[in-house]
Design a protein around this ligand. Structure first.
Ligand SMILES: [Zn+2]
Length: 684
């Protein structure tokens, strides 16, 4: 009952003059023909079609003829329609995907020079217009007439009552629950490209950033991209006992000025001036460590004019254009949480707050403080001193890996042995190996799953002329985890519309399970309890850091929706206030300093449309899945059992996989255990 009521309520006003009359007429006609048992399906289907029907789809007579021809009025008609769609849509996406893969081959693989024509072909996506085509030829309307478009509330409330087939119908209808016009998609792509460009050129030339005394701390030519490289340089500086701390303080200054936009515009991506962020002095560069000619050496200290926030607003304005065409999730916030993640925003917020206010945080902060031998400073949210340590150097590992894998083919042949080491039976290992093709990657490596049963997943890995190195082996273990998940969750799932896992955080969690066993895959001893514990504490501290960043991203998007006519300056002030509020609540008590704005530094906040919460959710999911694997004892069979659940709602998935809904407890418990291991070990 609940589902049909909520489903109807989710459909807003009906726009054409004749629709109301046609709907009433057809409803009575169809109920008379198919019986009162079909009443709810008939009402819902008519409204779903009407919601997306535009004037150019046809007049009242066309609408009525269409409905009469395509409503499946009994179970056997519906079954026939469902299985037809299941078969055809699998083949459509399967062959589209194969075309895409072939078209991108020269760009993705290490196959020699890339010609101009390869860029052209690789950029072409044959599937780009499929949804448009299916609204045009009315196949999308057939789906909307017969299968339920659901809200997240229904998918959560009714989740346990639905059969697998009902879940598959829900997923089928979801793929047609939006009809976004081409010009809106174009605006979205433009905003993404423009902000991505802004972010990707936001470099700081560190040799030209001076400390408070006017000295150069960073080497020539060091160019750090905000925020990733800046943050990673803070992390790397913990091992530099002479100038590390000072470097970290300088980088914090730089980051804060990027967030509050007091950074002089002339220092962005410009090595021709020297900048003292403490005194705000700018001078023509005294040292030349760059080759390009066009660098500007003017000493104008004018600040960046809120461009950062104007960019963020571009993504908001573009995202908002899609709102009217997405009735089941009418804001970008709803699309992210209700559709992409399928975890309600309040639940995500509660889990993040649980991590942030964990009693373990101050205790861990004390441990870090004692390891550093000083009071914490704000940049220590990126503390990187929990180190698993290893008895082998990177060079030794490189040699071992290169000997074993001189070519991508050698890795391919070893896949069954690798999988057997992870507890897969010989038969499963061979089956998986036969479904995974290893290709030499041009870049760092990636995994590409198939879209149709019988097609292979592809593992792209980097192999140098003198063989694979350890870094690539570690990445390949991650990608192999993806490929195994992709193979099972495509080929062993009961309905093709349920292939995969609930969302990308789950995909990554399975890849991390493989990656974290890379030493054992090399035949080396597994990390001991102390090493494991250090790694867990590292993950917990990273989750604490990124949970605050995610809360800022979420609050900023709400502010933008609440203040859609704001100026970039107003958005800047709001973002600063939000960053300070989150900091003051969850970090200031630990760090002993208020009003820090560092949580606003992430570049993804500017160009990634509310993506940041995926990081902490990913950590939580990875822990919950990892802990379950440990309980089961062996990875292989448990991995297969879990990924066969398919893409149902995350909570339902997690209950089937671990007996518990999605929650932060697995991470918090593991972190507490690890804290005890590390502090007890230190006592002895
Ligand atoms: Zn991955």
């Amino acid at each position: 009952m609940l589902s049909s009521v909520a489903g109807t309520a989710a459909i807003p006003e009906i726009s054409l003059a004749w629709t109301e009359h046609s709907i009433a007429k057809l409803r009575d006609e169809l109920i008379a023909a198919h019986g009162d048992s079909q009443r709810l399906r008939i009402q819902r289907g008519l409204l779903q079609v009407a919601r997306f029907w535009r004037g150019d789809d046809g007049d009242a007579a066309t609408f009525e003829d269409f409905v009469r021809a395509h409503f499946a009025g009994d179970q056997s008609a519906l079954d026939a329609m469902f299985s037809r769609l299941e078969h055809l849509l699998e083949h459509l996406s399967g062959y589209m995907h194969e075309m895409n893969r072939e078209f991108r081959q020269q760009l993705d693989l290490d196959l020699g020079p890339v010609l101009a024509i390869d860029e052209l072909i690789g950029g072409y996506d044959p599937s780009a217009h499929v949804i448009d085509d299916f609204f045009q030829n009315k196949l999308a309307f057939v789906v909307l007439l017969n299968f339920p478009v659901t809200s997240l509330a229904e998918r959560l409330t009714d989740a346990r009552l639905w059969s697998r087939r009902q879940w598959a119908e829900v997923r089928l209808a979801q793929s047609f629950s939006k009809r976004i016009p081409a010009e809106v998609n174009l605006a979205l792509a433009q905003a993404e490209a423009e902000t991505g460009q802004y972010v990707s050129e936001y470099n700081i030339w560190m040799h030209h950033v001076l400390n408070a005394q006017g000295q150069r701390l960073f080497p020539p030519r060091m160019r750090l991209l905000s925020h990733w490289n800046l943050r990673d340089e803070i992390k790397a500086s913990y091992t530099d006992s002479s100038t590390g701390l000072e470097k970290q303080r300088v980088i914090q200054q730089v980051m804060e000025q990027i967030v509050n936009q007091s950074i002089p515009a002339v220092v962005i991506n410009n090595p021709a001036v020297d900048w003292n962020p403490f005194t705000r002095e700018i001078a023509p560069g005294a040292v030349k460590d760059y080759d390009r000619a066009a660098a500007s050496s003017n000493s104008n200290a004018a600040r960046e004019p809120d461009t950062r926030y104007a960019m963020l607003q571009k993504t908001f304005f573009a995202a908002r254009k899609a709102d009217p065409y997405s009735p089941a999730a009418p804001t970008l916030i709803a699309r992210r949480f209700d559709e992409n993640r399928e975890i309600p925003e309040p639940r995500v917020r509660a889990m993040l707050e649980q991590v942030l206010s964990s009693p373990l945080v101050p205790r861990l902060a004390n441990l870090i403080q004692s390891r550093l031998g000083r009071r914490l400073e704000p940049f220590d949210i990126w503390y990187s001193g929990f180190r698993p340590g290893s008895q082998y150097s990177e060079t030794q590992l490189d040699e071992m890996v290169a000997r074993r894998y001189p070519t991508a083919q050698a890795y391919q042949q070893d896949i069954p042995q690798l999988l057997i080491k992870l507890g897969f039976s010989r038969e499963r290992a061979q089956y998986l190996a036969a479904n995974i093709a290893v290709d030499p990657a041009r870049g760092a490596g990636h995994a590409m799953g198939a879209e149709m049963r019988g097609q292979k997943a592809h593992l792209r890995t980097r192999v140098e002329a003198n063989g694979m190195n350890y870094k690539s082996f570690n990445v390949a273990a991650h990608e192999l985890g993806h490929n195994v998940e992709q193979t099972f969750s495509l080929n062993s799932v009961d309905h093709i519309f349920l292939k995969g896992v609930p969302n990308t955080a789950f995909t990554e969690a399975f890849a991390f399970v493989f990656q974290s066993h890379d030493l054992e895959l090399l035949g080396l001893p597994a990390p001991n309890a102390k090493q494991e514990a250090e790694k867990t504490l590292n993950d917990f501290w990273a989750t604490y850091e990124i949970s605050g960043v995610a809360l800022v991203d979420m609050a900023v998007w709400h502010w933008m929706y609440d203040h859609s006519h704001a100026s970039p300056e107003e958005l800047r002030n709001a973002t600063l206030q939000i960053s300070k509020d989150v900091w003051n609540k969850y970090y200031a008590p630990v760090f002993g300093k208020e009003d820090v704005v560092l949580l606003g530094i992430y570049s993804h906040m500017i160009d990634a449309f509310l993506y940041l919460p995926d990081y902490p959710i990913g950590h939580l999911i990875a822990f919950q899945i990892g802990e379950q694997m440990k309980k089961a004892g062996s990875i292989g069979p448990e991995f297969e059992r879990m990924v066969k659940i398919g893409s149902v709602a995350p909570d339902l998935w997690m209950e089937n996989a671990t007996g518990r809904p999605l929650e932060a407890d697995a991470l918090l418990e593991a972190a507490q255990r690890s804290f005890d291991v590390v502090t007890n070990a230190a006592d002895h």
